[in-house]
Design a protein around this ligand. Structure first.
Ligand code: NAP
Length: 487
């Protein structure tokens, strides 16, 4: 793991899809923040690429407008001097010679090609990068998720990219792994003597992972309808979080030591298919409702297609078939148009074996470790304590609360800030290796196939609710409830 102020070599970072939502909303602001912290060497260049006919000045003007919302103009203009634009179509020849000449003008620079376009273009982009001899010196390629829509398409993309860039040059980004809390999970688990002895089926009752969004699909409806919640969230982000919770202690933080352990978890996931998909998964699709105080349309209305069966919600019960985790369910839940925007991992410990307290003292609740990834990153450990004051012993369940922003007095950097510089430095620890992506698809693929074979449509839920009632039943059948931080 790299400290935030380690030096950075001069680099060229090319963003294919430089005018897109991800580039403008996440990547450029992340780079600008690193610039403000003095981590973008003066000769480094950021090159935006898209088909739109813009020049450097036009692109800078577009970015200026977007970035002004987060910073003051003086520093911004300095930053934008390092930003360039080249109009290119991934599928056409025009403009590639000019672009190649621009990149080759700085042969000593670290070179990062960030594929922030739809995955169908990854193959063409890499082929052309190869044909123009741009994989020279220290070059790396970054792939955004989703990598394919199933195992076959993921393999096609990985094979095509692999013809030009070696595995060690390939960075498959999952920005959840760049979040402070996720890295803190590693530190909590392996930097304290307290947790690891309890981190197994003898002491942990179950684990919940929730990624809830209040937004609907909005302008990404076209993409989303081909993906759905399982492909968009579960196959990548949520399985990566599950791996970080469940993996064995790696021998070091060397990239392959961590990734080897994650892979073992993915390979140990109990298969879900035709026989058990009905009892272990729930999929839903939002209907019209009230979200964040406003009446909002349902998914099909937003999409303009009343026949779409794409799920916007998934809840499922996963199990890891190994000695450490046998019998410990991992409940995963993700959805759009939920009542709150929250991403968290909740580890619930087993109840104490015997209560010595009088019946009227209150409930002995189970300890919970809550790792919140967003909105306010932090860790809470829920403990039972005595309510202060005279009188009888009254038990209270309270959190030891460590909001990172409050505890350290700083806003945490966005995950992309860290991950982009990890790419420049060539540190792939927090990126997915090809075999991880494949293992995740091998587990997710049969779920998608079983849903399709069942012929069942996703269960409706009102926008602004926590999903179909069947998702509550999924966990309550086991005598458990979804974690509510307000309880
Ligand atoms: P987007 O807003 O649709 O942007 C796509 C970009 O690609 C635009 O700059 C577009 O510009 C360019 N483009 C399209 N066709 C092209 C072609 N033939 N040649 C060259 N450039 C082309 O998409 P996005 O939301 O930024 O997403 C980009 C990628 O990141 C996708 O794989 C997505 O799944 C992934 N992702 C996005 C987010 C997010 O929050 N947005 C989050 C996670 C992952 P022109 O049309 O002018 O060419």
């Amino acid at each position: 793991m790299t400290a935030s102020q380690q030096s950075v070599e001069p680099f060229d970072l090319v963003i294919f899809g430089g005018t897109g939502d991800l580039a403008v909303r996440k990547l450029l602001p992340a780079l600008f923040h690193r610039f403000l912290d003095g981590q973008i060497p003066a000769s480094s260049r950021i090159v935006g690429i898209a088909r739109e006919a813009l020049d450097d000045a036009g692109y800078r003007a577009q970015l200026r407008e977007a970035l002004l919302k987060i910073c003051d103009a003086a520093k911004l203009d300095e930053f934008l001097k390092q930003v360039f634009y080249r109009p290119l179509d991934a599928r056409k020849d025009d403009g590639w010679d000019d672009f190649a000449a621009l990149i080759k003008a700085e042969p000593e620079h670290v070179r990062v090609f960030y594929l922030s376009t739809s995955p169908e273009l990854f193959v063409d982009l890499c082929r052309r990068l190869g044909e123009h001899g741009l994989n020279l010196g220290q070059s790396r390629v970054v792939m955004e998720k989703p990598i394919g829509r199933d195992l076959d398409s993921a393999n096609r993309i990985n094979d095509a990219v692999g013809k030009v860039f070696s595995e060690s040059q390939t960075f498959r980004i999952d920005h959840y792994l760049g979040k402070e809390t996720v890295q803190n999970l590693l530190v909590l688990r392996f930097g304290n003597a307290l947790f690891e002895p309890l981190w197994n089926s003898a002491h942990i009752d179950h684990v919940q992972i929730t990624v809830a969004e209040t937004v609907g699909v909005g302008h990404r409806a076209g993409y989303y309808d081909h993906a759905g919640a399982l492909r968009d969230m579960v196959q990548n982000h949520m399985l990566q979080l599950l791996c970080m919770v469940a993996m064995e202690p790696p021998s070091s933080l060397a990239p392959d030591a961590v990734r080897d352990e994650k892979l073992k978890v993915l390979n140990a996931l109990r298969p879900i298919g035709d026989a058990n998909v009905g009892s272990l998964t729930v999929r839903g699709q939002y209907r019209a409702g009230v979200a964040e105080g406003d009446h909002v349309p349902g998914y099909q209305e937003e999409l303009g297609n009343t026949r779409s069966n794409t799920e916007t919600f998934v809840a499922l019960k996963a199990e890891i078939a190994n000695w450490r985790w046998a019998g410990v369910p991992f409940y995963l839940r993700t959805g759009k148009r939920m009542p709150e925007r929250v991403s968290e991992i909740v580890v619930t410990f087993k109840p104490v074996p015997h209560s010595i307290f009088a019946a009227g003292s209150g409930t002995l609740a189970q300890n919970r470790l809550v790792l919140r990834l967003q909105p306010d990153e932090g860790v809470k450990l829920w403990l039972t304590i005595k309510h202060p004051g005279p009188g009888g012993l009254r038990l209270r369940h309270v959190p030891l609360d460590m909001s990172f922003a409050e505890a350290f007095g700083v806003q945490q950097p966005d995950a992309y800030e860290r991950l982009l510089l990890d790419v420049v430095r060539g540190n792939p620890t927090l990126f997915m290796r090809r075999d991880e992506v494949e293992a995740a698809w091998r587990w997710a693929g049969p779920i998608l196939a079983a849903w399709s074979a069942s012929g069942e449509t996703p269960r409706p839920y009102a926008a602004g609710s926590w999903g179909p009632s069947a998702s509550v039943a999924l966990i309550e059948r086991d005598g458990r409830t979804w974690h509510d931080d307000n309880e």
